[in-house]
Design a protein around this ligand. Structure first.
Ligand code: NAD
Length: 252
């Protein structure tokens, strides 16, 4: 039997693009993929953040570059991917992580949410995913190997009373798109999966004890290892799935 156990270098020679990777979960995912041997394009809307994370990865011995673009802008994403291909090579692994607007967002019941505020959630969580997937997936199919991993949320799989209806709708849309795309791509060597995150710690000093089995909030490293698995060669038989990374808060 052929072994599919991932090794430390299971992404050696691969190029990964991680969106919204200038801080938080995305920065953790970028570091994990770099430590697995991938050359990493660190995307963010905010140049300073992307450059800092890319510099940290290079200082740790990895290959990385900052890829500054707004994922809600189709043309900007196209230009960014061209630059990545020129400088690192074709994108093998896409991690659609950008999902929270740069200035954050207020929790607000649907009835109190102005129509003008709806669009940002859908543009970032659905169109951002579509733009980056469109710009990279043809190349993956042509080369016969690729991984698309989208960072969704349990708010996209369940109802919550906390004022996140539009955010949850955007996250659910990304899950729906991923499930369909996964089946369209069966046989191409490209898998498409999501991780659905539970509540993450706001920073290293956030020690709130939530009322779910593990009694702690998520850390970027918790997500990064899950994404690394879905990005690895060993996960070839896993596609169209949503992996809950939520401390046991939700079991679907
Ligand atoms: N934080 C949580 O509790 C939580 C829970 C469930 C799911 N998630 C999901 O995890 C992912 C990462 O969340 P986080 O908490 O690390 O976010 P964060 O806000 O800490 O970081 C997100 C980064 O994305 C960048 N960004 C925002 N809009 C962008 C755009 N249009 N183009 C490119 N970059 C953009 C921001 O500048 C920022 O650096 C998101 O998809 C989020 O929805 C987070």
């Amino acid at each position: 039997m052929t072994s599919v156990a991932p090794s430390d270098s299971d992404l050696a020679g691969r190029v990964a693009l991680v969106t919204g990777a200038g801080q938080g979960v995305g920065a953790g995912v970028a570091a994990e993929l770099a430590s697995a041997g991938a050359a990493v394009a660190v995307n963010d809307l905010q140049a300073e953040r992307a450059e800092r994370v890319a510099a940290d990865l290079r200082a740790a011995g990895g290959q990385a570059l900052a890829a500054v673009a707004d994922v809600t802008d189709f043309d900007a994403v196209g230009r960014m991917v061209h630059e990545i291909v020129d400088r690192l090579g074709p994108v093998d692994v896409l991690v659609n992580n950008a999902g929270i607007p740069a200035d954050g967002f207020a929790l607000r019941p649907f009835r109190d949410m102005p129509v003008e505020d709806w669009d940002q959630f859908v543009r970032l969580n659905l169109y951002g995913v579509l733009h980056c997937t469109k710009a990279t997936v043809d190349g993956m199919c042509e080369r016969g190997w690729g991984r698309v991993v989208t960072v969704s949320s349990e708010a996209g799989r369940m109802g919550l009373p906390s004022g996140v209806s539009l955010y949850g709708a955007g996250k659910a849309a990304a899950i729906g798109f991923s499930r369909h795309l996964a089946l369209e791509l069966v046989g191409t060597g490209v898998t498409v999966n999501c991780v659905a995150l539970g509540l993450m710690a706001a920073g290293p000093d956030d020690h709130r004890r939530p009322p779910w089995p593990t009694a702690r909030l998520g850390e970027p490293a918790d997500v990064a290892v899950a994404v690394r698995y879905l990005a690895s060669a060993g996960s070839a038989w896993v596609t169209g799935q949503v992996l809950g990374v939520n401390g046991g808060a939700v079991t679907l």
